[in-house]
Design a protein around this ligand. Structure first.
Ligand SMILES: Cc1cc2nc3c(=O)[nH]c(=O)nc-3n(C[C@H](O)[C@H](O)[C@H](O)COP(=O)(O)OP(=O)(O)OC[C@H]3O[C@@H](n4cnc5c(N)ncnc54)[C@H](O)[C@@H]3O)c2cc1C
Length: 473
């Protein structure tokens, strides 16, 4: 028995690993020369950089223990320390009332606190109508915090106003504590702040694991754990066509470095972006599916990686800092994240994430132009002098974030219904399900797909979306 697996990110690798353990030969097809997808670690001038910080965490016990087993002595444990730089001051994130009250300009602080209290008290009596991300943010933080911070920041990161994004995006991805939690956490110190609930959604995770040599150690070890004698791996190879007859895939055409190749397998697991997958299907689906596919968009990211000739850049031990007034949204210190061996002693590795659209001016910008712009902004911030940058590189992620526009649920619903009609095809993972999930859920998605095939379950019995709410309930 053979199963083709398209994409060797965390999802595809875990699917291949689990298939292999069940005596099924995985045939892995990966566009890039390396495994790991967005979670891969890349060498830049002898140093290790990730595609933005990739911290491991999970509240799925089996996945957490797999991560720990794979990582072994590579794993560093860190408490989460994140800051926002706003109007010249640093704020802890998730927000704490004491920070807002004592650091913000007093009038703005009064307006922010009153706005926050007002909506939270109003919510007790009237259930707010929530459709967009804007509705959700205002209902949790109030109008002032929305208009001075969350609104502009969301627009900058996503390239669209929060009124055009689904409330699900904000609900799942914006760290938020209830009114009582905010007050309690603001006035407690250290470990007493922890309520034990912080793992419910990933942004509130308070402890995580990071491999010393970068996040990619885990996917590399996943790949090595697949028995080399009973797997086939095609790196530098791209799925370009899926031939379908009578609701079954009969073969896949892949572009390899040695030309086109036809693959035949019993089953097919795809973890590539769902819109790209549908575009490979022949004969092509009807116009309703094609127009849903056209409306599916991902946000891209250019990660500017800099080696700085200074042992420390941040004045505190934060893993990363969010900025509203820079070309980048987030600046991370890879050693502070836990990848302490990624860059040599005495030097710092910084990752500045710039979100963009595939093919726009940022995406196409010359490397030196982006590096120079980021270095200049870091100089203005008094983090570095430009001469401190001794090496640099750019990591580009075409499918960084699924954009949850107001139609996305309807569109994805139609596409998934269509894919379900193809009996021997499963689409899964962050890209394959268009779900903004973290690595642990991606691993779980891969495992579920493999288990489904190994146990010869019917296609319509595949759990629809193992998403945060299902797994983290
Ligand atoms: C900036 C950023 C920071 C993140 N930080 C964290 C974090 O701190 N913690 C956390 O848990 N998660 C984090 N994540 C999420 C995490 O990266 C993903 O959940 C996970 O890597 C998704 O894995 P995947 O295999 O589903 O997708 P991918 O990693 O995207 O894998 C898909 C693979 O398919 C390949 N592919 C695409 N098209 C084709 C084709 N036609 N043919 C063949 N191969 C193809 C791609 O090259 C890729 O290798 C972060 C994500 C981003 C963007």
């Amino acid at each position: 028995m053979k199963t083709a697996v398209f994409g060797a990110g965390i999802t595809g690798l875990n699917a291949a690993l689990k298939l292999n353990k069940n005596g099924i030969e995985p045939v892995i097809v990966e566009e890039k020369p390396y495994v790991g997808g967005i979670a891969a670690t890349v060498d830049i001038d002898g140093r290790k950089f990730d595609h933005g910080p990739h911290a491991y965490h999970s509240n799925i016990p089996e996945i957490l223990s797999e991560i720990k087993k794979l990582g072994g002595d590579e794993l560093m444990t860190r408490g989460k320390e994140v800051r926002i730089k706003f109007k010249g001051k640093y704020y802890r994130y998730p927000l704490e009332a004491t920070d807002v009250i004592f650091k913000l300009n007093p009038l703005l602080a009064l307006s922010a606190v009153c706005g926050y209290l007002l909506v939270n008290i109003k919510n007790i009596f009237v259930t707010p109508k929530i459709e967009s991300a804007e509705d959700w943010i205002i209902s949790k933080f109030g109008h002032t915090l929305y208009s001075i911070y969350f609104g502009p920041y969301t627009q900058k990161v996503w390239g669209v106003p929060p009124s055009q994004l689904s409330h699900l995006f904000a609900r799942h991805r914006i760290p938020h504590n209830s009114l009582t939690e905010v007050l309690k956490k603001s006035f407690l110190k250290g470990a007493r702040k922890l309520t034990g609930k912080e793992h419910k959604y990933s942004p509130l995770v308070i402890e995580f694991f990071y491999p010393k040599h970068g996040a990619g150690v885990i996917p590399e070890r996943m790949f090595q754990s697949i028995d080399a004698n009973s797997r086939t791996f095609y790196p530098n190879s791209k799925l370009v066509k899926l031939n379908i007859e009578k609701n079954r895939i009969t073969s896949a055409i892949i572009d390899t470095s040695e030309g086109q190749k036809e693959l035949k397998a019993d089953n097919y697991i795809s973890t590539i972006p769902i819109n790209d997958l549908v575009r490979t299907i022949s004969p092509e689906p009807d116009s309703e599916i094609l127009s849903a596919v056209k409306d599916i968009r991902y946000r891209s990211i250019a990660v500017v990686c800099l080696v700085i000739d200074k042992p420390k850049v941040f004045d505190f031990d934060a893993e990363w800092i969010y900025f509203t007034n820079k070309i980048f949204n987030r600046l991370s210190d890879i050693k502070n994240c836990g990848a302490v061996e990624a860059v040599e002693n005495g030097r710092t590795g910084l990752m500045a994430e710039i979100t963009c659209n595939y093919g726009d001016d940022i995406w196409n910008a010359d490397k030196n132009v982006l590096v120079d712009r980021v270095a200049e902004e870091l100089r203005q911030e008094k983090f570095i002098e430009k001469k401190d940058v001794i090496a640099s590189g750019i990591l580009k992620v075409r499918n960084g974030y699924p954009i949850y526009n107001l139609n996305y649920e309807k569109n994805i619903g139609k596409i998934l219904k269509y894919i379900k009609t193809i009996e021997n095809l499963i689409t899964t993972g962050r890209q394959g399900m268009f779900k903004y999930v973290d690595m642990d859920v991606a691993m779980e998605m891969g495992a579920l797909a493999a288990e489904h095939i190994a146990q010869k379950k019917e296609k319509n019995k595949l759990p629809d979306i193992p998403f945060e709410e299902m797994l983290y309930a």
